[in-house]
Design a protein around this ligand. Sequence first.
Ligand code: NAD
Length: 472
Amino acid sequence: MASQMTVFGTGYLGATHAACMAELGHEVLGVDIDPAKLAKLEAGEVPFYEPELEEVLRRNLANGRLRFTSSYAEAAEFADIHFIGVGTPQKKGEYAADLQYIDAVIDGLAPKLCRPTVILGKSTVPVGTAKRIGERARALAPAGEGVEVAWNPEFLREGYAVHDTLHPDRLVLGIDRTRSRRAEEVVRVIYSQLLQEGIPFLVTDLATAELVKTAANSFLATKISFINAMAEVCEAADADVTVLADAIGYDTRIGRLFLNAGIGFGGGCLPKDIRAFMARAGELGADQALTFLREVDNINMRRRTRVVELARDMVGGSLLGTRVAVLGAAFKPDSDDVRDSPALNIAGQVQLQGASVTVYDPKAIENSRKLFPTLDYAATALDACRGADLLLILTEWTEFQELDPASLHPVVRSRTVLDGRNCLDPGEWMRAGWQYRGIGRNCESGRRQHDPFEPDKFAVARSFFNTSEGKQ
Ligand code: NAD
């Protein structure tokens, strides 16, 4: 059965959700305050990079099931089901989430709600938000008690957003149990196709639904920082964190996913979500329960400085006057999202230490340029590598994993690579004459292969690697 609905916020989450709901057969109106974004979406262009989304968008624009608007009045008139997918970024100078965009939706929409309505939150919010905005919406709406707010957190991964929206691992719905179960009935209709496929559906109270999302992100962040902490120990003990991860990952209680040591997590979700979670726990008097997340955050941020230190060591102790090629700017592959990207952060730090940095990313150059206009950008990986003394691999795009090291020989000044994502085959690069270094990997893969044809400008670096044998 088809429903009519709106989706407020047409960013990474909202545009995907709107297009995918139309794909499920519903009539959908996407609402945003950004006219440039709306114009692109109306023209069938996705304003960011997300595999498969453009196809779904275009198909549903063409069949008339999907439209976009900036008018709240039109939205209130069009539907009695409204999803909220606006941003909840970190407040400036604080750990807490900035809820001004969520509040703006309620303040703009509620006074226009004259019929019984279900508002379904998808944004990631601090626990207690749904209850608060539900009371506010009912106070502002002519429909009063006929307005129900429920929470349906989103777990999609950028790069797999369409797949994750249409085939989620689970659906979670938080409802206000003191009110009617209308929200649950509405959601069961919206997701009927997914429910028929047997996707687990958990109906809970509002607070639990909000917490499920922050707990899931906290667990994922903890897993990444755990393996990065192991990488630090492996570097000190001359062990190999990649083998360690494989070995512990075979234990089904642990699992291998999210155990890749590297430059750490970033993006528009994990960093701000764990901080907002700590801030909210503090407000609730449960701050002690989450002090471990402070260490998770510290370990993560330490990776960025550590990689800069490794880069400096690899070029002989100072980055001043060196040329560094950075491959990867997005916070993860298959995305153009550079929000809090560790790759760009490292590129910026390397530049601040005096290196001339050229960045290449298959999809994120435009966004990177806006955030870091002072870095140089290249149109291809080969161009970025021209004259490079050091190559930094900072996002694990398949394109970089498939690079033939020999193809770079004519353009680089030195065959030196720091694999910040442990995504290259060290053997292949070393056989091609490269000095390879990964994260938390032992000296066998880090030891420099002497190239008699290279100028001797890295004598200091070589002596570092030789004397630190057994330490790296
Ligand atoms: P985003 O910044 O890409 O998109 C937010 C959109 O909301 C923008 O287009 C903005 O113009 C619009 N907006 C702001 N104020 C508005 C208003 N008053 N009315 C209508 N539109 C308005 O953010 P995002 O990455 O899509 O994240 C949105 C939420 O979803 C966040 O809470 C995030 O934590 C959560 N989330 C994101 C992902 C992800 O992978 N990006 C995954 C799960 C959950």
